[in-house]
Design a protein around this ligand. Structure first.
Ligand SMILES: *Cc1c(COP(=O)(O)O)cnc(C)c1O
Length: 363
């Protein structure tokens, strides 16, 4: 029996979607490939509430994060970090020779609109990156408030890492004015890893013309132009198997479950998991900004000075065919993470949380 994953990616993939991955290959320059990719693009636009161009990349989400900061920074990037994945975006900028500054929040705290305003008012930056959902600390940043600030800076390109939230948490890309919104397949989309997806605005596209060295494989301008010229096809051979799966999964999300129902299910699982965490532990991040797709929990049980052993907990859970996430980066062994993203339901959350109570004899 497959192990039931409560880690924040990869998440459980349903059986019918896994079967899509075993279908025969087609030519990636065929009309059929264009048709699949056009349908993916149309449905992805619905899930992300956008008319922006959808670009796919055969890589994990990090590929397009690196591509976005490299392709769209002409002057200097301001990277807002609330944890490990924000830090990674800054490292990508530096590794590519992109002038960049990092603006970090304390762990468990959000990027505030005031921080963004203070940085942009200097006039030094033409691009910012914000993490929508920080998978290390369990923060969901206040992008609606940040969007208000961004209205004052219409020339700045706004990139958002929504890798662990898109398709699980509602993000109204166009209403917020996000220029490059990035996600990948193995988190709330509940697919195997291997494809990155972004929604890119014309403003971001136009910026790329001012950037001389954009690389090639992850150059967003090359991808955009190729789709225009070749009817939704890609510059190199894409992972067709994952495209079949993504195509089918998006049709299920849009036409069967319904986008709003999917968000409501994530919200319901989040509320249940937080309430449970409050009863036996403590939710780690600032409560005003809690993620809807995972809960990060302080590993001290209530009224106890000693940390639980997360490896031992996972070992016991493995006997019950379940796995949860240890903390990430500096929060490893100090926090643990229960994901409620993808296909997980309220019943699943009841199952994992009662197993934890049972294993740790918290009851
Ligand atoms: C998982 C994750 C990433 C990295 O995505 P990959 O698809 O593994 O490259 C980036 N940002 C966040 C917030 C994530 O959760």
């Amino acid at each position: 029996m497959a192990i039931k994953l409560f880690i924040p990616g990869p998440t459980i993939v349903s059986e019918d979607i896994l079967q899509e991955m075993s279908l025969p290959m087609i030519g990636h320059r065929s009309a059929k490939a264009s048709e699949i990719q056009k349908r993916i693009s149309d449905n992805m636009q619905k899930v992300l509430f956008t008319d922006n161009r959808i670009l796919l990349s055969t890589s994990s989400g990090s590929g397009l994060m690196e591509g976005a900061i490299r392709s769209c920074t002409a002057k200097r990037a301001a990277v807002f970090s609330v944890g490990a994945f924000g830090d990674k975006w800054y490292k990508m900028a530096i590794a590519n020779g992109i002038p960049a500054e990092k603006f970090s929040s304390e762990m468990g705290e959000p990027t505030t609109p005031e921080m963004v305003d203070a940085a942009l008012s200097t006039g030094k930056y033409d691009l910012i990156t914000v993490t929508h959902n920080e998978t290390s600390s369990g923060i969901q940043n206040p992008v609606e408030e940040i969007a208000e600030v961004m209205k004052k800076y219409p020339d700045v390109v706004w990139c958002v890492d929504a890798v662990s939230s898109a398709a699980g948490s509602k993000i109204e890309t166009d209403k917020l004015g996000i220029d490059v919104l990035i996600t990948s397949t193995q988190k709330a989309l509940a697919l195997p890893p291997g494809l990155a997806i972004c929604a890119m605005s014309r403003k971001a596209y136009e910026r790329t013309a001012e950037v001389p060295n954009r690389g090639l494989y992850f150059d967003l301008r090359t991808l955009w132009d190729f789709i225009d010229k070749k009817n939704y096809q890609y510059t190199s051979t894409p992972c067709l198997s994952l495209m079949y799966a993504l195509d089918k999964q998006l049709q299920k999300i849009v036409n069967e479950e319904g986008i709003e129902a999917r968000f409501a299910r994530h919200e319901q699982c989040a509320e249940f998991t937080r309430a449970w965490a409050d009863e036996y532990f403590r939710v780690y991040p600032n409560r005003k900004y809690l993620s809807k797709t995972l809960t990060v929990i302080d590993a001290h049980p209530k009224g106890c000075d000693e940390l639980i052993s997360i490896p031992a907990l996972n070992k016991a859970l493995a006997e019950r065919n379940m796995q949860l996430g240890n903390g990430y980066g500096g929060l490893k062994d100090k926090t643990f993470r229960i994901a409620h993203m993808g296909e997980l339901t309220l019943d699943d959350m009841k199952e994992i949380t009662s197993a934890v109570v049972d294993v740790l004899k918290l009851g």
